[in-house]
Write a protein that binds this ligand. Structure first.
Ligand SMILES: *[C@@H]1O[C@H](CO)[C@@H](O)[C@H](O)[C@H]1NC(C)=O
Ligand SMILES: *[C@@H]1O[C@H](CO)[C@@H](O)[C@H](O)[C@H]1NC(C)=O
Ligand SMILES: *[C@@H]1O[C@H](CO)[C@@H](O)[C@H](O)[C@H]1NC(C)=O
Ligand SMILES: *[C@@H]1O[C@H](CO)[C@@H](O)[C@H](O)[C@H]1NC(C)=O
Ligand SMILES: *[C@@H]1O[C@H](CO)[C@@H](O)[C@H](O)[C@H]1NC(C)=O
Length: 274
C-alpha cells in the first residue's frame, strides 16, 4: 500500500504542479531587447504568462531554423506598446499553455526585416530548447536569429530606417529612472542558467521530499504499531532478549572468565528485564 501511495505521488506530482511561468517581454530598461528569462523548461499543461515592459514588443512563435519569421499557424500576441511609467499591474499580458514537450521558439517581431529588428538584436525566447552544445540549444537558436536578421535586412528593399523603436521616449532621463527602479527586482541574466535549473528541478525535489516524508510517516506508524503489540504481549520482548543469551549479570561473580567482557552486553539485558 505504501508503495502504491509513493508511486501515485511521484506520477501525479508534475500534473498537480501545473505551474505558471512568468516571463517579462523587454528588459527593465526599455532599451534592453530581451526576454527575462530568455528560456525555461516547462511541463505539458504549464502556463507561460508574458508581461510586456515599456517599449513596443510582440510575442511571436517562430522556428529553430527561421527564428525571425512567424511560424505558419503559430501564436502571435500582436504589438503591445507600453509607455514608460505604466504601472506594473496595468501592463498588458499574453499567455500560452504548453501542449507538448517539443521546443517552442519565440521572438519579438518589432522592426522585422530592418536593421532595427529586435529579433536580430537577440530578442528571442524558448521553452524546452535542446541541450547545451547542440544545434537546437537556446544559444544556437539565438545565433540563428542574429544571422537571419542580417540576411532579412539586406534582402529587404531599401527599408526606411524605422523610427528607432528602442527609444520610445525622447526623454532620456526617464528610462534611466525606470531602469534603476526595476533593476532592484530583477535577477541578473547571467544567473539565468542556475535559476532555470533550480526551477526545473523544483517539482521533482518537492515530490521527492513529500515521498520521503510519507515514507518516514509510514515507518513511524509501523514502529508505533509494533510498540503497541509488544506492550500488549510483554512475554515477547523477554523471549527475544534471551536469544542474546549469556545472562552475565546473573552469573556468580566467582566466574572470572565471564566477568572480563561485560557492561556492553549487560546493558540491553538489564533493559529487557524491566
Ligand atoms: C508598435 O509597433 C508597430 C509595428 O512596428 C507599429 O505599427 C505601431 O504603430 C507601434 N505602436 C506605437 C504606439 O508605437
Ligand atoms: C490567458 O489568456 C486568456 C485568453 O486571452 C485569458 O482569458 C486568460 O485570463 C489568461 N490567463 C491569465 C492567467 O492571464
Ligand atoms: C544538427 O546536428 C545534427 C547532427 O548532430 C545534424 O544531423 C543536423 O542536420 C543539424 N541540424 C541543423 C539545423 O544544423
Ligand atoms: C523629461 O523628464 C523630466 C523630468 O524627469 C520632465 O520634467 C519632462 O517633462 C520630461 N520631458 C518629456 C518630453 O517627457
Ligand atoms: C518582483 O517580481 C516578482 C516576480 O517577478 C513579482 O511577483 C513582484 O510583484 C515584483 N515586486 C515588485 C515590487 O515589483
Amino acid at each position: 500500500m505504501l508503495a502504491q501511495v509513493l508511486l501515485g505521488l511521484i506520477v501525479l506530482s508534475p500534473l498537480v504542479a501545473g505551474k505558471t511561468h512568468h516571463v517579462t517581454v523587454g528588459g527593465p530598461n526599455a532599451r534592453q531587447l530581451l526576454f527575462i528569462p530568455s528560456w525555461l523548461r516547462a511541463n505539458v499543461g504549464d502556463e507561460i504568462l508574458f508581461a510586456f515592459n515599456p517599449n513596443n514588443h510582440s510575442v511571436t512563435q517562430s522556428s529553430l531554423d527561421r527564428p525571425c519569421l512567424p511560424l505558419g499557424g503559430g501564436f502571435d500576441s500582436g504589438f503591445h506598446p507600453v509607455t514608460i511609467g505604466t504601472a506594473a499591474n496595468d501592463r498588458p499580458t499574453f499567455n500560452i499553455t504548453v501542449q507538448d514537450t517539443n521546443p517552442i521558439w519565440v521572438y519579438c517581431r518589432q522592426g522585422e526585416s530592418t536593421a532595427q529588428s529586435h529579433c536580430g538584436q537577440g530578442m528571442v525566447f524558448a521553452v524546452n530548447p535542446g541541450p547545451k552544445h547542440t544545434n537546437s540549444s537556446f544559444r544556437s537558436f539565438k545565433a540563428n536569429a542574429v544571422a537571419e536578421a542580417v540576411q532579412l535586412a539586406a534582402s529587404s528593399p531599401a527599408s526606411p530606417p524605422a523610427s528607432s523603436p528602442t527609444s520610445p521616449s525622447s526623454n532620456s532621463t526617464t528610462p534611466e529612472v525606470a531602469s534603476n527602479l526595476d533593476a532592484l527586482n530583477t535577477t541578473s541574466g547571467s544567473n539565468q542558467d542556475v535559476i532555470n535549473a533550480i526551477n526545473s528541478w523544483a517539482p521533482a525535489v518537492i515530490g521527492l521530499l513529500a515521498a520521503i516524508m510519507i515514507l518516514l510517516l509510514g515507518l513511524l506508524g509501523v514502529g508505533v504499531l509494533m510498540c503497541i503489540r509488544r506492550g500488549a504481549r510483554p512475554g515477547v520482548s523477554r523471549r527475544l532478549a534471551s536469544t542474546y543469551a549469556p545472562v552475565r549479570e546473573h552469573v556468580p561473580p566467582t566466574d572470572d572468565g565471564f566477568r572480563e567482557e561485560p557492561l556492553r552486553y549487560s546493558e540491553p539485558l538489564r533493559y529487557s528485564e524491566h
